[in-house]
Design a protein around this ligand. Structure first.
Ligand code: NCD
Ligand code: ZN
Length: 346
């Protein structure tokens, strides 16, 4: 039995750090474990210009503990009338690493998202040309579509034609939650990759209703049936370079989640690597954790691998029931439980 592994320091290819007072503490949870992270741009108002991207990066760098050596990778939020020059300038000047497509109203702070993907075809054309990755929240939003089917239908109604029209556009299908998405990515060309969160690997949809409504297990895409969780685990430990780490850590205050209309999002950043190690261990695949966490992401983005090392040991980590951040309380993923792995930096 493996009790200890030493791996390259990982990166998080999808995280929400928020802004305002919360940012100053939230960022350090991510920076303690990860060297780099793709920072989601769904602020209010969202990050739609290169200048806003630069300012947001500055405030992250001002907030983060410098000894952690953390690099935020910024993302442009695409809107129906996005100025493609902003995308081009932001990418060429090294401000933006990627651009994010939120279908309008698909999730938290997405009301300015894209109503029809054809509206941004000129920007996608440009991104394909300059090699800038497109990050996808892959869910349709029509009211008649069941919330559990939104990702699978997105593949058929949006993603297939997008790939046909932009065959060399690099696409990250983010936080995949279904066997359909995993299969689709396996079968696609190498320009298509996916991130997988710890909670989609850990929970099935019973977790949202266990003995009563469980708002802290509510996120988007919503966690699905057991067969999907099993398929995602298979993809994560498959050793395929198309699947890599993206926590989708998305903190909301306890009040905002425990409400008549609770916000979507799980806060998993404080113990993210412990949560992934638990899953890879359960799948007898600890030998695959390093590539998933620290190699396939940078390879897809064309970035160097991190040289620093981190350690995971088979030792219990007690996850607090609640974490106080500024004047707010946040309930973390695995709240009040032990995770049988412990993370440390070397
Ligand atoms: C995210 C958030 O709160 O910003 N919520 C979530 O449930 N994942 C938005 C997102 O990534 O969909
Ligand atoms: Zn997200």
């Amino acid at each position: 039995m493996t009790d200890k592994i030493i791996i390259r320091r990982p990166d998080d290819w999808h995280v929400h750090l928020r802004d305002g007072p919360m940012l100053s503490q939230i960022v350090n949870f991510t920076a303690k474990q990860f060297k780099r992270a793709i920072i989601m741009p769904n602020l209010t108002p969202p990050v739609i210009t290169a200048e806003k991207g630069m300012k947001y990066r500055e405030s992250i760098l001002k907030s983060v503990d410098p000894s952690l050596g953390f690099t935020p990778l910024m993302v442009c939020y695409l809107t129906d009338d996005i100025d493609k020059d902003e995308v081009r300038i932001g990418y060429n000047e090294g401000i933006f690493t990627a651009a994010k497509l939120y279908p309008a109203n698909a999730t938290t702070n997405s009301s300015m998202g894209v109503t029809d993907v054809r509206n941004i075809y000129p920007t996608l054309e440009l991104m394909q040309k300059i090699g800038m990755p497109l990050l996808l929240h892959g869910e349709v939003t029509q009211k008649h579509v069941d919330i559990f089917d939104r990702e699978a239908i997105f593949i058929d109604e949006v993603l297939k034609s997008l790939i046909k029209d932009f065959p060399s556009l690099k696409i990250v299908f983010e936080h995949i939650s279904t066997s359909e998405a995993a299969d689709f990515v396996f079968e696609s060309n190498n320009n298509i990759a996916a991130t997988i969160t710890p909670h989609h690997l850990e929970l099935n949809r019973n977790a949202i209703f266990e003995g009563g409504i469980r708002p802290h297990n509510y996120c988007l895409p919503i966690v699905k049936r057991e067969k999907h969780r099993v398929a995602l685990r298979k993809a994560a430990v498959s050793g395929s370079s198309k699947f890599f780490l993206g926590t989708d850590s998305a903190p909301h205050s306890k009040d905002a989640k425990e409400s008549a209309c609770g916000c979507a999002g799980l806060f998993n950043a404080p113990f993210a690597m412990e949560a992934y190690a638990k899953i890879f261990d359960e799948e007898n695949s600890l030998d695959k954790l390093e590539a998933f966490s620290s190699e396939f992401g940078p390879q897809f983005y064309g970035l160097p691998l991190n040289e620093e090392k981190v350690m995971l040991e088979r030792t219990n980590t007690a996850v607090p029931a609640e974490i106080d951040i500024m004047n707010k309380t946040i309930v973390p993923f695995h709240s009040g439980n032990n995770i049988p792995w412990k993370f440390s930096r070397l």
